[in-house]
Design a protein around this ligand. Sequence first.
Ligand code: AMP
Ligand code: FE
Ligand code: FE
Ligand code: ZN
Length: 300
Amino acid sequence: MLIDLHTHSNASDGTDTPTQLIEKAIKRGLDVVALTDHDTTRGWEEASQALFQHPSHTSLQLVLGAEISCQDANGISIHMLGLLFDPTYEPLLDELEKTRENRLSRMARIISRLNEAGIDITIDEVYAQRKGDATLGRPHLADALVARGDVSSRDEAFAALLHNKSKFYINHYSPSPSDAIRLIKEAGGVAVIAHPLASQRGRTISLELFDELISAGLDGVEVDHRDHSESEKSELLKLAHERDLIVTGSSDYHGTGKLNQLAEYTTHPRQWEALQSRASLSKSSSSEGNKKTWKGVIQR
Ligand code: AMP
Ligand code: FE
Ligand code: FE
Ligand code: ZN
C-alpha cells in the first residue's frame, strides 16, 4: 500500500493541475493520495472529476484535505493538515478565506519592499503566475522573479530573497494552531501537524507547544518528510509514542515547484486506518435526517 497524505496542486502553490496530480498518482501506483492545498479546498472538485473520468480502471482513493497556515503566540509559522473534514462547515471556510484574503495585501507589502530595494517587479506579474484565485503565496512571487530572469528557479528565489529570515519576509494573518485544530475537529476531520521540525525553514515549535496542541485534539504528526533530518525524525517518533499520536509520512509534492516526488515518503496503512477511525465525519454525515452525501475519501 502506497499512501501519500500531503500534496499540492495549482489551487495553491503546486504547479500541476488537480487533474495532472491524479494522473501522476495513478501512474506512480499510489493507493491513497490526499490533496492538501494551502488554505483552500478549491482543487477538490477537479481532482474528484479526474478520478472518475480516468480512462482505465483505478483503485486510487482520493482523500480531501487542506494544509492550514497557522501562527503560534511567538509568531512561529506552523502548518496544520486537516483531512476528512466537511468542506461546508462555515466557521472553517470563513477562517480559510480570511487567511487567503490577507495573503493579497501581504504580497503587495512584500512587493513594496522589493521595489524599495530596486527590484521593480509589479503585483500583476505575480498574479500572472497564479491560476485563477489559487491561494497566493511566495512561490508565485518566486515564479514571477524567474520569469523576469532575476533568478533561475523557485529554490534560488527563496534562498536569495524570499526565505523566512529575509528582510523581505512579511507574515500574513493566520489562526493559532489550536484554533485550526478545533475547527478541523468541529468539521468532523482529523488534524496532523505538518513537518513540525523542518528547521531550515525558520524557527520551529517548542515541544511544550505540542502538549497544548494535543490538548486541543491534535491527532497525528508528520514524521517522515524530506525537510526532517534523521535525528528530528527520531525525536518526533519518540514524542509520538509517548503522547499516543498517529505517525504519518508524505511527500509534500508541489509539481515542478520543488524537488519532492510523489510517494517519496509514505504513511503506514495501520496509521492511516487509525486516522480514519478518528474522523467523525462519516458518522455525522450518515446520521438520520441529515442528508449530507459528502465523503472525505473518494473512490470510483
Ligand atoms: P507562503 O505560504 O507564501 O508563506 O510560502 C510558503 C511556501 O513556499 C511553502 O508552502 C512552500 O511551498 C514554498 N517554499 C518554501 N521554501 C521553498 C524553497 N526553498 N523552494 C521552493 N518553495 C519553497
Ligand atoms: Fe507550499
Ligand atoms: Fe507545509
Ligand atoms: Zn505542504
